[in-house]
Ligand binder design. Structure first.
Ligand code: ATP
Ligand code: MG
Length: 411
């Protein structure tokens, strides 16, 4: 699928580049044509200005014969056609290459015959003592300009296939960089699905085995309470997993920000403290709560509860009987600092960078035996990210672990 995406990206890149190349080439040819024509026009106007004073009038008829004999002596080949017409419109004299006959009034660029190159033509009326006595006309072939334009068009056309090949190859390599993040996301998703599937397999196998035992031996009226409790534990584990997965997915949606409102962390903490008190007592763990601020933060309350629950769940799970766990809230530098500190087993330094990854457990057997699937801290991290909160972990083996979360106070 990603290969197809890569090909499609390359195709888009090449098509758009070629389209851009075409548009730019056409524009370039038009501008080039305009500039060259302007140059020729300028040249013709200059010639007209130069020649006009050399015209002499004999019997009211204009002539350039004197000028022509001088020009000839310089043996310069005339590129422009110079024509002199009388008052009756008849051609009197013509110098240079043969041009189109007759007055081309106002026409500056025309093609006299199908097989002839186009011509630029200029004229000026001639008068002596305010009396019209003919006109001077100068014409210049546009062959040089048309040849240059032709060559330019061919060059652009010849470059096109090479450009296409070059763009295709570059596009193909660049598209690999472009789809890299997508490929990574797919990999994460694949890994995530594999992990989730693996986590579901264990409780499902247990339930299946339990049902088979029932099917093979006992009547449903007289079920072994042990089997029922095994099945219940497995079902609880699956529903916990489903709940955690849904919570994680919820953290990703942008609407969560819209659901945020002022939340008093102190109030949330007081309720959760009571919820956990009994569980800590059962393990003879000294559990205490210190609240030093009543200020609120902008938050999604359900997610904040999940964050604190997960940190306390871990403290309870990874602290041995007789230890102590403290939960505290204080204000520092315009932030509310939430701390969960335990005197538990601690986390090895080399594992700390990974503990927030989904399904990651330091001691797989111990965590799994206690029903853990490794999603708790992934949820904690996702909640922190959704609330722009910072989380820090300090841990020493057999001394304990402290999780510190700092939230910005709303002003
Ligand atoms: N307070 C702690 N003390 C020692 N180790 C911890 C503590 N908190 C987390 N860990 C380690 O980090 C791992 C990841 O924790 P996390 O909460 O994500 O998963 P879990 O507790 O194993 O399972 P779940 O939270 O999904 O039930 C744990 O398996 C444990 O090894
Ligand atoms: Mg946990």
């Amino acid at each position: 699928m990603l290969y197809k995406l890569r090909l499609r990206l390359t195709l888009w890149f090449v098509s758009l580049s070629i389209l851009l190349y075409l548009i730019l080439s056409i524009l370039f040819i038009l501008v080039f044509n305009h500039l060259l024509t302007d140059l020729l026009n300028e040249e013709l106007r200059g010639l007209l200005r130069e020649i006009r004073p050399s015209i002499v009038y004999i019997d009211n008829k204009p002539t350039l014969k004197t000028w022509a004999s001088v020009a000839k002596s310089f043996s310069v080949k005339l590129l422009a056609t110079i024509q002199l017409y009388g008052a009756d419109g008849k051609l009197l004299e013509e110098y240079g290459p043969s041009g189109a006959k007759g007055l081309y009034k106002g026409v500056i660029n025309f093609r006299p015959k199908q097989d002839l190159p186009s011509i630029l033509s200029y004229y000026r009326d001639l008068e002596i003592n305010d009396k019209y006595c003919g006109f001077l006309q100068i014409q210049l072939s546009t062959k040089t300009r048309d040849d240059a334009l032709n060559r330019l068009t061919w060059t652009i056309a010849i470059i096109a296939p090479f450009l296409l090949a070059g763009l295709g190859i570059t596009g193909y390599f660049f598209s690999a960089t472009a789809i890299e993040p997508t490929e990574k996301s797919f990999q994460v998703l694949r890994q995530f699905m594999a992990d989730a599937g693996h986590e579901l397999t264990t409780p499902l196998t247990v339930i299946q085995a339990s049902i088979e035992t029932i099917e093979n031996g006992q009547s449903t009226n007289n079920m072994d309470p042990e089997i029922i409790s095994v099945m219940l534990r497995s079902i609880t584990r699956m529903s916990d997993l489903a709940r955690d997965l849904m919570l994680l997915a919820k953290m990703e949606i942008p609407q969560l920000v819209l659901e945020m409102k002022p939340v008093s962390l102190a109030n949330v903490l007081k309720i959760i403290y009571l919820d956990f008190k009994e569980s800590f007592e059962q393990k003879r763990i000294n559990f205490n709560l210190t609240i030093n601020t009543e200020k609120s933060i902008l938050a999604h309350e359900e997610s904040i509860r999940a964050l604190i629950n997960n940190l306390l769940q871990n403290a309870l799970r990874y602290t041995d009987n007789g230890g102590s766990v403290s939960l505290s809230l204080e204000e520092k530098n315009n932030h509310i600092i939430l701390k969960v500190k335990d005197t538990g087993i601690g986390i090895p330094k080399e594992n700390i960078p990974y503990i927030f990854n989904r399904f990651y457990r330091v001691e797989k057997s111990r965590s799994r035996a206690q029903g853990g699937s490794g999603l708790g801290l992934a949820i904690v991290k996702a909640v922190c990210e959704a609330h722009n909160a910072l989380i820090k972990v300090d841990s020493d083996i057999n001394i304990g672990t402290t999780f510190t979360v700092s939230f910005a106070i709303i002003t």
